[in-house]
Design a protein around this ligand. Sequence first.
Ligand SMILES: Cc1ncc(COP(=O)(O)O)c(C=O)c1O
Length: 437
Amino acid sequence: MKLVWGIDKVIAENLAPFQMPGHKGRIEQDIYKYDLTEISGTDNLFNPKDIILDTMRLIADTFGASHSFISVNGATGAILGALSTAFNKGDEVIIMRNSHISVYDGVFLLGIKPVYIYPDENMLERLKALVNDNTKGVVLTTPSFYGEVIEDDVFEFLVETGITIVVDESHGSHLKLIDDELSAMRFADIVVHSFHKTLPSMTQTAIMHLCTNKFTASFAQKNLKLFMSTSPNYVLMRSLDIAMDIYLSQGWELMQDLLAMCADFKQKLEDETDFYIVYKDGKQDKTRLLIRHKDSVDYNSIDQQLRFMGVQTEFSSQLGLLLMPSIMTIQEDFDRLLDALKKVTLHKVDQVFYKIFRLEQAIPIREAFLQQDYPLSYQDAVGHIVTEYIIPYPPGSPVIVPGEIMSQELADYLDNFEGNIVGLEHEGYVNVLDKEE
Ligand SMILES: Cc1ncc(COP(=O)(O)O)c(C=O)c1O
């Protein structure tokens, strides 16, 4: 029972949990007896008439959606369902180049034509330049992993254009507890929430909200179902209901406590150490903590030391340490974190900057992905059309997508990248379309 033992071992470490999921393992429930199926009294996720329908209505009312649908296949499934609801084959859709891989999977599966906004561009200006008569819609991610929220003027412009707005608000299920105006639900047609990331719900629970009447509930449900198991897990659905109960009965108070703990932690961190917290000007989720040091230091080493001292971050990268407290986080967690940060040994490193690559898309993602391919080293692949995603983690968005041509600059970057690279069969090699030029 290696999985059981491995998980038990980690639990026994009694970590201060600053990583997902939002329930922080602090809900005591006897899981197995809740693992039911569609029988009399348990309703049916895909034809809800009773308890599931009531739960979905409760969620819709709470979040101010016209309809809300449960996904037991995470935000990944809900994003695929949202894209399938909103777009058709050949539609021109603007997406953020640093979108989560599920957005790219939707582009691939549905045959959407993506048009990119790059992270170093002014989003509003770029959108104004890009939207034209052929634009069917836009897929935006807000907040970012770092808690940065897209400003209202971007959405106000998009609403005026009338194009379909899909928002991946995976990291923002909790935002309305802070301030209604942080959520994109006021503007978007469809919003996806990954409940498990920041609310006290189990991993893989998510919601697809319809926020306008552009799409009917039955059409959205039909599309979402394409990406769900026909045996939706009741333990997951139950946990979502528990999360809603906590959200409604104590959510606001718990969020006030969390905001106060974050503010207090920030103050102490900055008074008592050389670490600080990075918040963007303007709209920002203040519960998302990107911690940096005033010097250029090795955050991966700090991360390992924190774990050794019993503190688990969400991740570390050259950008800093990312911590994801939630309404289930307690003061003791912050105390342990502060205490550990005071004790870490710092290793200075050269400052590294994230690069943004703009590559030539030779053929569509789908066309490249579906063809026979061959592995080449990054350097040998320069000038070739790649057939897979290369996703340096963190931050977890692709630096190259199928159909794009490998550049010398990217090959050099990948050769020197020290984090994890996800998506490749063999590290150091990438699949390309042709063996020969
Ligand atoms: C921005 C973003 N969107 C979507 C997802 C997918 O969420 P889930 O894990 O619920 O499938 C993630 C997961 O990390 C994410 O970071």
